[in-house]
Design a protein around this ligand. Sequence first.
Ligand code: GDP
Ligand code: MG
Ligand code: ZN
Length: 344
Amino acid sequence: MHASTAGIGRRPDLDAELAQLAGDGYTAVRVLAQHRGRWLVSDGLDDAPPRLVAARGRLRAAGGAPTTGDWVAIDGDGVIAAVLERRGVVVRRAAGAPVAGQVLAANVELVLVVEPLPEPNERRAERIIALAASGGVPAALVLTKADLAEDGGAVARRMARDLGLADGIAVSVHDPDSLTVLWSLLEPGTTSVLLGPSGAGKSTLVNALLGFNRQAIGEVSEHNGGRGRHTTVTRDLLRMPNGALLIDTPGIREAGLWDGGVGQSFADIEELAARCRFSDCQHNGEPGCAVRADGDPERVAAWQKLEREQAWIEDRRAASLARERSGRRFEVTQREARRAKGGR
Ligand SMILES: Nc1nc2c(ncn2[C@@H]2O[C@H](COP(=O)(O)OP(=O)(O)O)[C@@H](O)[C@H]2O)c(=O)[nH]1
Ligand SMILES: [Mg+2]
Ligand SMILES: [Zn+2]
């Protein structure tokens, strides 16, 4: 039984999922963090501290490795043997890699898109919202450092509306009242992830919610160029005092699209596009273009840019898949040729 999973998030059919794996003797745990080829996991039991475990070789391959937020099956040797189905995932295009996705957070129910006041970056937020949308995860906007702006609340509401989000709030760690609204988004048992640029105040916010400074209890961190500032280098799943789970992440420098999401996250613009006079309107000055007439020019430009990026990555993924397939075909042909020659 896994009645205790409440402490590490909801997963109602965990026992059935384990039963489906080949072999038995598995237990399910959740990945709290990843540390150099080891994973910090918890079974949600109050008296069992999180522990570091290894993973079976085939799970170490790029792409297949367990990540923060994953539910995993531990075998009789105490090693991660399988990653359970990911439900609600945020994936970006891996920076620098040929054609690969990188899972930023697994099994999340809400993405908190973090941008700092007084100058939140709407275009950066848009990308993260698209990544969330492609993983089927709703997003809410959280503007930090509200103490540095005139009326952060109003800015957050307007920006959320422009971005097509239901919720937009402004918070300051110097104003406990502002955190109350944030608490209402963090439902007990649900998992949320903070995504935004480095320096936005994500870790400070997490500490404020936790009520203590996690740095002091040995969080993995690096000093930033000797300037004495700590930078989060791991993605950490933390349990909040109200039973909500929250993943803190390092700053996102690049949020390349990986698997669609633009259509859903730009539903407002797509709606306008459906009203253009020509069904194949490119929205570049054609007569009767509803997108040009009624869309916010900057958002329209962002939409067009992300649409192009989405088409580009789709092409690259298709090409890479085709290469992989023909590579496999080539191997099979080679094997058959060897066999025909009586080799093996
Ligand atoms: N004025 C103000 N500064 C903040 C607030 N929250 C965080 N900061 C500062 O912003 C800087 C970056 O914070 P940090 O939590 O490390 O950002 P992260 O990279 O997103 O985790 C630190 O110097 C914090 O003290 C806030 O609510 N108001
Ligand atoms: Mg941080
Ligand atoms: Zn048009």
